[in-house]
Write a protein that binds this ligand. Structure first.
Ligand SMILES: *[C@@H]1O[C@H](CO)[C@@H](O)[C@H](O)[C@H]1NC(C)=O
Ligand SMILES: *[C@@H]1O[C@H](CO)[C@@H](O)[C@H](O)[C@H]1NC(C)=O
Length: 498
């Protein structure tokens, strides 16, 4: 018997609540689940299309931080972060659509987009950061042969941001400078969760290296924060960098990019990279499905290379796909793309959920240690299909035709911000699958999956642990109902007790 499933099943049928109309059934299930968890009051729908800025800030529950004196210091919030977005005039018109998906001006966000020149019509927009024109860099040497000297302009955004803030009213509030590209999206609540772990009054350089082993090994470094994945520099460190950066980059005119120039100057300052795995450079091609379905147990902070990889949700415009993921992020950002694994013992299936993104069903019981390894839905940066060139374990999508996963992508989400109740709906991605003679039911018999979960904004204040999922009873054909929740202390993901 599987221990991780059907633990708190209730002998109730959902069927009478489900009409043939999907909208009615969705709402019926919502209502039922509210009863189930005794959230009988103050229920309000968060509709499918709502601007991310409307997300309740109550999802971020205070953590008491003590400052250097006796007065407790205010915890780090978005208003303490100043963003520097590296952009180019040529691509800004297109790339700004990505920035719009995460930029929340009414959430007190500060920062600027840095362009090399003004473009016609880049008028001030209330939905975007202000535009700044980088200062002239023609005096700096750039000697990398096939590179582009815009790297110098971009690396100096940190210093230019310090100078922009110098002496202003808002400077007092600045704790972190966060750099990203115009094709990077940030999950800002998670960014704040990560930054809160560190003392902003000290020197910190926070980010992550590339997925590509060769990129880290040859061209760049495992000790470098890749610029596209984004990185955070504490304000005192940014000020120290500003003092030396222009002289520093003259010493590294042979380097390729902007982020390796930052890394070189950090090395001179003696400040190492603090690695946070939620920053994603994503130096890959193809589909992010394999990677985002088994995200590390840490909050997802960023996704980069949105124009390089396939749309996050298939058969959809890239920007729209990001917006869809932001709907889940809005309901439970801390749990976004966090995995849970359970077994359907009735059908002999393995179920893997990446909350707010996908559910996958596979014939037979696959052990947890295999299910938490990314599948090769992507190819690495050098397009060699050589998985010894990624800096982590991977596995084939399937070992046999019978075990090819059925992938269900998140289609709709509802939540109640006062109780934290969320229901996400996932629809099966239609694909041709090989015939299977194993006598195990076809997971393609399921078309629609509902995942019920309470948002858990404080999960990262505890030791990391995967959530557990449990199948809820339903006899509705083609539908599966799953509850995702924190595991019990001794709960395990195993398909046999023997
Ligand atoms: C600038 O905006 C105006 C008015 O919206 C439009 O008519 C014009 O074509 C735009 N110019 C460019 C270069 O996009
Ligand atoms: C900040 O402003 C002061 C006063 O104008 C000036 O002396 C100082 O050099 C400036 N510092 C930076 C980093 O720009």
């Amino acid at each position: 018997m599987a221990e991780s499933i059907q633990k708190d099943q209730k002998p109730v049928s959902f069927d009478k609540y489900i009409s043939s109309s999907s909208r009615c059934s969705f709402i019926a299930i919502v209502i039922f689940l509210i009863f189930l968890s005794h959230f009988l009051y103050s229920f309000s729908f968060i509709p499918f299309i709502q601007s991310p800025s409307k997300i309740s800030n109550s999802l971020l529950v205070p953590v008491v931080q003590v400052g250097s004196g006796n007065t407790p210091e205010e915890k780090t919030e978005l208003k303490h972060v100043v963003f520097g977005i590296a952009a180019s005039s040529k691509l800004w018109k297109h790339r700004r659509e990505y920035v719009k998906t995460w930029w929340k001006p009414d959430g007190g966000m500060k920062g600027a987009v840095w362009l090399e020149k003004t473009t016609v019509n880049d008028t001030v927009s209330s939905t975007l950061p202000e535009i700044r024109i980088s200062s002239d860099t023609s005096r700096f040497k750039y000697r990398y042969r096939r590179g582009h000297r815009s790297a110098i302009r971009i690396t100096r955004i940190v210093s230019e941001t310090v100078r922009m803030l110098n002496g202003t009213e808002s400077e007092r509030n600045v704790r972190w400078i966060v750099m990203g590209d115009d094709d990077t999206v940030f999950f800002t609540e998670n960014l704040v969760r990560v930054l809160r772990k560190y003392d902003h009054k000290q020197f910190y350089y926070i980010g992550a290296p590339s997925e590509s082993h060769l990129q880290n090994l040859n061209q760049f470094s495992y000790g470098m924060a890749y610029g596209g994945g984004g990185f955070a520099i504490s304000y005192p460190l940014a000020k120290a960098l500003e003092k030396m950066q222009d002289r520093c980059i003259e010493r590294y005119s042979g380097l390729y990019g902007s982020d390796d120039r930052i890394h070189a100057c950090m090395a001179e300052l003696g400040v190492p990279l603090t690695r946070e795995v939620g920053f994603h450079q994503f130096d890959v091609y193809g589909s992010l499905l394999g990677l985002l379905s088994v995200h590390p147990q840490a909050p997802i902070v960023s996704i980069h290379h949105l124009d390089v990889v396939k749309p996050i949700f298939p058969r959809m415009d890239r920007v729209k796909a990001v917006k869809r993921l932001m709907i889940s992020a809005k309901l439970d950002s801390a749990s976004l793309v966090q995995q849970s694994i359970c077994y359907d013992t009735t059908h002999k299936w393995t179920v893997s959920i990446s909350w707010g993104y996908t559910v996958q069903i596979i014939r037979t019981y696959m052990p947890a240690r295999m299910m938490e390894v990314p599948t090769r839905t992507f190819i690495e940066w050098h397009k060699r299909r050589d998985f010894t060139n990624v800096a982590f374990n991977t596995r084939p999508i399937t070992y046999t035709g019978c075990q090819r996963p059925r992938v269900f992508y998140m289609s709709r989400a509802l939540g109640d911000s006062s109780s934290g109740t969320t229901i996400t709906e996932y629809l099966r991605h239609k694909e041709d699958n090989p015939k299977c003679e194993w006598g195990i039911p076809d997971p393609s018999d399921i078309n629609r999956i509902f995942v019920y979960k309470k948002s858990n904004p404080n999960r990262w204040n505890k030791a990391p642990r995967r959530d557990c999922c449990r199948l809820l009873p339903t006899t509705k054909t083609g539908t599966m109902m799953i509850k995702v929740t924190a595991c019990e202390n001794d709960e395990i993901v195993a398909y046999s007790n023997k």
